[in-house]
Design a binder for this molecule. Structure first.
Ligand code: CDP
Length: 237
């Protein structure tokens, strides 16, 4: 932290100045393990956790459930402007967010700059003023380290080989839909990766100052140990 920042900090009356809020940014493609690792890091540091993918999923689901079309920009932008974090606390709505169809629709609305612009403040507000008096925040997504929280104290980019990610996602989705084939999930992940990395608006990419972690050949415990070691180098609590 630079001297002017320290000076501002010393004269700032709020004990939890956004200036000081430690943020851990966890980005990466679908089923890379970033959600599990972000959740475990939040528990480890007693930080608040936000799955930012859920916001795009919520926007997409709200378009579908109000009879709109996800590829029609006005429908998607209207849903994004209606978005309220409280929607995520509705358990029935939250359960419908995790389907393959919602994931696909989320990546379509996520490519629209006005959709992203409509929900950026909610994400930054969460990061800088974490709820429940938590001292820090962990956010996972695609553009946290590059765009939402470019000054995050620690940044991880989690990845894994495509077939491994598809296998993990297939196992997960099969619990709800046993008829889903591995090939369908693999195709879906490949299409989503291409759309997320290829879009003009905040594309998925590793921030220059992010640490890369490939979880392909790691158990959850091994991946978490590796993630924690990387974060510990950046955040000393
Ligand atoms: O869980 P999974 O990795 O499959 O997806 P997710 O994190 O729930 O994100 C769903 C979709 O939202 C992604 O495919 C992205 O298109 C979009 N997204 C985004 O654009 N930016 C974020 N920060 C988070 C998600």
């Amino acid at each position: 932290m630079s001297w002017p920042d320290w000076e501002r900090r010393l004269t700032d009356p709020s004990p939890l100045s956004p200036l000081m809020t430690p943020i851990i940014a966890v980005d990466g493609p679908a089923a890379s393990g970033k959600g599990t690792l972000a959740r475990k890091l939040a528990a480890q540091f007693d930080f608040a956790y936000l799955d930012t993918g859920a916001l795009y999923r919520a926007v997409a689901l709200s378009v579908i459930e109000t009879g709109g079309q996800v590829d029609k920009e006005p429908d998607a932008v209207a849903a994004a402007r209606r978005f309220d974090m409280a929607q995520l606390s509705d358990a029935a709505f939250a359960a419908r967010l995790r389907t393959a169809e919602t994931g696909r629709a989320a990546s379509v609305v996520a490519a629209m700059p006005d959709v992203r612009a409509a929900i950026i403040v909610a994400q930054r507000h969460f990061a800088e003023t974490p709820p429940a008096g938590k001292a820090g925040a962990v956010l996972d997504g695609r553009d946290i380290g590059t765009n939402i929280c470019p000054d995050a104290a620690a940044k991880l980019f989690i990845t894994a080989r495509t077939t491994i990610r598809a296998e993990r996602r297939w196992q997960e989705l099969q619990l709800d839909d046993a008829s889903l084939s591995f090939e369908t999930v693999l195709r879906d992940i490949e299409e989503r990766d291409a759309r997320d990395a290829g879009r003009a608006a905040a594309p998925m990419r590793q921030a220059q100052d992010a640490d890369l972690l490939d979880t392909s050949d790691l158990s959850i415990e091994e991946a978490f140990a590796a993630a924690l070691a990387l974060v510990d180098k950046k955040i000393n609590l």
